[in-house]
Design a protein around this ligand. Sequence first.
Ligand code: AQP
Length: 343
Amino acid sequence: MPFTPRVFSGIKPSGDLHLGNYLGAIRRFVPLQDTHETIYCVVDMHAITVWQEPEDLRRWTYEIAAAYIASGLNPERSIIFNQSQVVEHAELSWIFNCVARMGWMARMTQFKDKAGENSEHVSLGLFAYPSLMAADILLYKSTGVPVGDDQKQHLELTRDIAKKFNHDFRKQIKSLGFDEEYFPHTESMVTGPATRVMSLKDGKKKMSKSDASDMSTIYMMDDADTISKKIKRATTDPEPLPSEAAGLEGRAEASNLVSIYAALADRSVDDVLREFGGAGWGTFKPALADLAVSVLSPIAGEMRRLVGDKPEMDRILRNGADRARAIAVPVMDEVRQIVGFVR
Ligand code: AQP
């Protein structure tokens, strides 16, 4: 039985949204509405794998849903909801905890980065995070996941979990009338420039919600002056811009700013360098600042309007959760039968 081309992705409400979330994820979500069934989630259960103030969690949940819509997602076409309203995510994740192996989880570089020296004291949820992510994706039998480059390893693990489930339960899957696979092979959709936006202060570090320095991160809700100030103070090297991409080799900060420009302008890096090759930062940074403001400011304005209308946001999230459940409930019914749970 062929799988419906269906896209799932999500963002954690664990801080203010930034340019990396926008370019690496949200902006890529929008055109997929034309070609796929699309499901975009605010993954609040992922956020609590590290401590969140409940009031902040609620505020960021609304903010992400608002960013989705303000960036061009249509809640009538895409399913937009927050994860905790569809309890089936938690149930499938538990089953996947029993399919996945400890060794698979222990190899996840994001866990190692986040836990650091402190791995004995972080939550069990942080360790099991990729299993919940696999459940998010496979609950809807999603075939594609648009994510930033940093999530590639988690997607490989999602495929491993699906493969092992399909293999371990192949007899039961067949007896339910499925040919071979119950869960599909999920492709990661990571393409184009700025799949990994780096910190403005350190070109080797990912731009992140949890970065302690405000100046390294452009937030989606930053005003025009703040965006310009951050770009003008971004770390660079003394060399002018090269005229082709190969000239950015070994220049992490320069490469980051050019990639951001290319992604915001919807152009290739080579094309941007054809225009700016030979120019100094005094020319390039103001051009980048103007471009970033022209893209982000209208979105921020619309986000502010939407988060100010809580009843409307609640209606959208509830409606999205109802539509998500309409797909998830029959899948979980089958999964329970496959696993052998008595109902
Ligand atoms: N710097 C980035 N460049 C490109 N894409 C990025 N994403 C995150 N940072 C960058 C993409 O945004 C989506 C949502 O990410 P998430 O919030 O679920 O988790 P994350 O990747 O851990 O994001 P942060 O901002 O770094 O959050 P914290 O600091 O709380 O861990 C994903 O598709 C991700 O690839």
